[in-house]
Design a protein around this ligand. Structure first.
Ligand code: GLP
Length: 237
């Protein structure tokens, strides 16, 4: 695991954007794994600027997002589909048909999970996966206790995660109770992974990851078994 300590959120965003820029320049047909949350917003903003300046293009890029809420219409303001379009997709030259998020409104959710992993595989697998980290160490929506071998699955969100994510909803009661998320193994299948975390709130999670102890109680710890992970972190001292 490669650790890069940064001094600001802005620096974290630029360092992460540099890794994505390099990936897109070296392989314009890259398969990217993308994440939602506050952590990647600055990186997406940076990538939009770079695309508009002609330094990168998303024209042949395929994306797969980590997760989506169950039961939310994709056009809902709080859906991850909306988030991704507002933060990135609406502002770059990506083709709509190359954008993938799990469908939290699928009639058969179990089938949607299997189909999502199959779509990733069929596309050739994820070249570069972006991750944030939850305060409890969750990656995607894989909460503590998730088996490391999990593939895309339906999860019940913990109260702490629902509280954390309530800011995106007009009423905390409207935070869905379940989500569909790429599993830990689905994430581990990516060729390269970048995890970003900035701020005091993430201190404990970063320290726990640094401790090197691999345990299903702390989902992110499985990343220690991956050959190509960069953690860009800061604001935690
Ligand atoms: C959500 C997402 C995760 C994300 C995490 C951290 O629960 N499902 O993928 O990493 O929150 O979010 P933030 O970056 O806002 O701290």
């Amino acid at each position: 695991m490669k650790w890069i300590e940064v001094n600001s959120y802005d620096e974290m965003s630029k360092v992460a954007a540099n890794i994505f820029t390099k990936q897109l320049q070296e392989k314009p047909t890259s398969i990217l794994g993308l994440a939602t949350g506050g952590s990647p917003v600055g990186m997406y903003e940076e990538l939009v600027k770079r695309q508009q300046a002609g330094q990168v293009s998303f024209k042949d890029v395929i994306t797969f997002n980590l997760d989506e809420y169950v039961g939310l219409d994709r056009k809902s303001p709080a859906s991850y589909w909306t988030f991704m379009h507002e933060q990135l997709f609406n502002h770059v030259d990506i083709k709509e048909e190359n954008i993938h998020l799990p469908n939290g409104k699928a009639e058969d959710l179990a089938e949607e999970c299997v189909a999502y992993d199959a779509r990733i595989k069929e596309a050739g697998g994820i070249d570069l996966q972006l991750l944030g980290i939850g305060v409890n160490g969750h990656i995607g929506f894989n909460e503590p206790g998730t088996p490391f071998e999990s593939l895309t699955n339906i999860v019940e969100l913990t109260e702490s995660t629902r509280t954390e994510n309530a800011i995106y909803f007009d009423d905390p009661k409207n935070v869905p109770t379940h989500a569909i998320t790429m599993g830990i193994q689905s994430i581990m299948n990516a060729k390269e992974i970048v995890l970003i975390a900035f701020g005091e709130k993430k201190l404990e999670a970063i320290e726990r990851l640094k401790s090197g102890i691999i345990n299903e109680d702390f989902p992110a710890s499985q990343l220690l078994n991956h050959q190509n992970v960069t953690v860009i972190y800061g604001g935690t001292k």
